[in-house]
Design a protein around this ligand. Sequence first.
Ligand code: MN
Length: 230
Amino acid sequence: MSLVFTPPAPVVVPVVGGGSYPVHRIYCVGRNYAEHAVEMGFTGREPPFFFMKPADAIVAVPEGSTGEMSYPTLTNNLHHEIELVVAIGQGGRHIAAADAPAHIWGYAVGLDMTRRDLQGEMKKQGRPWCIGKAFDQSAPIGPIVPKAQTGELLSGAITLAVNGTIRQRGDLKELIWSVNETIEQLSAAWALQPGDLIFTGTPAGVGAVQRGDVMEGAVAGLGSLKVAVV
Ligand code: MN
């Protein structure tokens, strides 16, 4: 077989302790913390819903360094959403929530960066969110910590600071749909595969960042993710 051009290098995220995790797909859960659902104008436990980002939207930030994302085009309202990211190690369809932990390889701290003005316009028009959510560099992520090291992450603080001031603060135990329930729902809709990342939703306090701002997100047990907007 002769390829008509050189394919892009695989997208990989460094793993704490060595090696790299090759990324297949990026799934994201919408409105998965009650207070954030309220700030977005919704209430209660609606069924989980999903959107995707392309794998090459990843900005992988190695441990201890500050990543950079360019302020994207077409927006005047770039929002931060700090999220727990689940890295799938074993794929499957119709995975029961009780069996889900065996499919988790590890965890990372991620940012679901959002062109909120464009997302809002698409919502209003009943159109897909891609332009608001799935743009280049929209998925900064810290190194993946193996689950073998962390155990199952069921609770713990999740925070985001901008220029040292806390903007978002929540706890993983406040997830409306737990990680295991999310895997059950996702795997009913798609065949999960090794390399799939799941951005599990953001707590309240989302807001805008500008060029020059430095975001620092953290999840208890996973360390922090530092990203400058340039
Ligand atoms: Mn999100």
